[in-house]
Design a protein around this ligand. Structure first.
Ligand code: KG4
Ligand code: ZN
Length: 337
C-alpha cells in the first residue's frame, strides 16, 4: 500500500506545503514573505499573520499540483519546532484541524532533523543518490550550525554546535552592517563571485573541539568597516565584492575545517551539508574540493531543498509514519526543541 503525506512547514517566514508519496515529492510549494526585507530581519508578528493568510491557499494548490484527492492523504506532518512560536502555531493548528477533519494521524517533525532528512527526498525522473549510515552532516541555517551524525533515518546525534551565532546569522548580520536587505546570505554569495577572497582578513574564532563561534567574526567585521568608513565614507560601496568574497571565504573555511575534523574523529566519509547556508556556492564548491581531496562520498542537496521547505518535513513524516510515531491532538508547538 502506498503512503501519502501532506506536510506543513511554518517555522519562520516561509509558508510551505508539500505532498509526498512513498518518499517521492508530488508537490512542494513555498510562499515567501517579502515583507521582512525592509526590516532587516523577520518580524515575528508579521510572519504569523502572513502564514495565517497563506496556509489555506498554499495547501489547496499543493494538493491540486500533486494531482491527488484529499481522501488519498494518509497522514499530516507538521513542523513542531524549533522556530517562531506564532508562526509554528499557525501550521500546528492547521495540521491538527486537517487531521481531525479527515480522521488521519498527525505527525510532529523537528525542523532541524528535517533539514538533514532532505537528503532522503526522492524526485521522479532523477538519479536520487541517498546517503548510507552512518552519515555525517553539517547543518547550517539561519538559526543553527551543527555537526550531526545520523545513525539511521530517525536517529541523530549532535557532535558539534555553535556557542553563539549561527553561520546564517553571520552572513545576515554582516550583510546588515553593509546595508543589505534581509536575508543577506544570497546577495553576499552573488557579490562574492566578483570579488577577491584574499582581499581582507577577519578574526577567526578559536573554539575547542567541534563547536563553532561566529559572534567574534561579526564584531571584527563591524570594527574593520567602521575604521575604513572613517577614512572613506564610500568604502563599502567601492569594495562590496571584495568584502563579500573575503567574508564568505572565512565563514566557509571555518565550516569546512570543523567538518573535516569531525570526519577524521569519527572515521565517517559519507558526508553532506544541509540548511539554508548549504545553498552558498562558496560552501558547495569548497565541499566538492575537500571531498575530492579526502575521498568523501559527498551529498549536496538541490537548491530547492536547502532553505525551508515542506518536502523535508514530508520525508521525515514518511519515515515516522512507517514507524507508527504519531502525535495526539493535544500536541503544542515548541519554539526550542
Ligand atoms: O534553513 P533556512 O532557510 O532557515 C532557517 O531554518 O534558519 O536558512 C536561512 C539562512 C539565512 O540566514 C540566509 O541568509 C541563509 O540561510 N542563506 C544563505 C544563502 N541562501 C540562504 N547564506 C549564504 N549563501 C546563500 N546562497
Ligand atoms: Zn530551516
Amino acid at each position: 500500500m502506498s503512503v501519502t503525506i501532506l506536510a506543513i512547514e511554518s517555522s519562520c517566514d516561509d509558508t510551505s506545503v508539500a505532498v509526498i508519496r512513498d518518499g517521492y515529492v508530488l508537490s512542494n510549494l513555498i510562499a515567501n514573505q517579502d515583507i521582512h526585507m525592509s526590516y532587516g530581519g523577520v518580524v515575528p508578528e508579521l510572519a504569523s499573520r502572513a502564514h495565517q493568510a497563506n496556509i489555506v491557499p498554499v495547501t489547496h494548490q499543493a494538493i491540486k499540483n500533486a494531482g491527488i484527492k484529499v481522501e488519498e492523504i494518509n497522514a499530516v506532518a507538521f513542523t513542531r519546532g524549533p522556530g517562531l512560536l506564532g508562526s509554528l502555531l499557525v501550521g500546528t493548528s492547521f495540521a491538527k484541524g486537517f487531521a481531525l477533519a479527515l480522521d488521519i494521524p498527525l505527525i510532529e517533525v523537528n525542523h532541524l532533523q528535517a533539514h538533514v532528512m532532505a537528503h532522503f527526498i526522492l524526485d521522479k525522473d532523477k538519479e536520487n543518490r541517498i546517503p548510507s549510515f552512518p552519515f555525517l552532516c553539517l547543518l547550517v541555517s539561519g538559526g543553527h550550525t551543527r555537526i550531526i551524525v545520523m545513525k539511521s533515518h530517525l536517529e541523530m546525534e549532535v557532535i558539534g554546535n555553535t556557542i553563539d551565532d549561527a553561520a546564517g546569522e553571520a552572513f545576515d548580520k554582516c550583510g546588515k552592517v553593509m546595508g543589505f536587505p534581509y536575508p543577506a546570505g544570497p546577495l553576499i554569495d552573488k557579490l562574492a563571485k566578483e570579488g577577491n577572497k584574499n582581499a581582507y582578513t577577519f578574526a577567526r574564532p578559536s573554539v575547542k573541539g567541534l563547536d563553532f563561534s561566529f559572534s567574534g567574526l561579526k564584531t571584527s567585521f563591524l570594527y574593520f568597516l567602521r575604521d575604513r568608513i572613517k577614512e572613506d565614507p564610500d568604502f563599502i560601496e567601492k569594495h562590496k565584492a571584495d568584502l563579500c568574497a573575503s567574508l564568505q571565504h572565512v565563514i566557509v573555511s571555518i565550516l569546512i575545517g570543523k567538518l573535516t575534523k569531525a570526519s577524521l574523529q569519527t572515521g565517517i566519509s559519507e558526508i553532506g551539508i544541509a540548511g539554508g547556508v548549504s545553498a552558498n556556492s562558496g560552501l558547495r564548491n569548497g565541499m566538492k574540493d575537500e571531498a575530492e581531496k579526502r575521498n568523501w562520498n559527498l551529498f549536496i542537496p538541490e537548491f530547492k531543498y536547502t532553505t525551508d521547505n515542506a518536502a523535508m518535513i514530508g520525508i521525515t513524516g514518511y519515515y515516522k509514519y512507517l514507524r507508527g510515531e504519531f502525535s495526539g491532538q493535544d500536541v503544542t508547538p515548541l519554539a526550542r526543541l
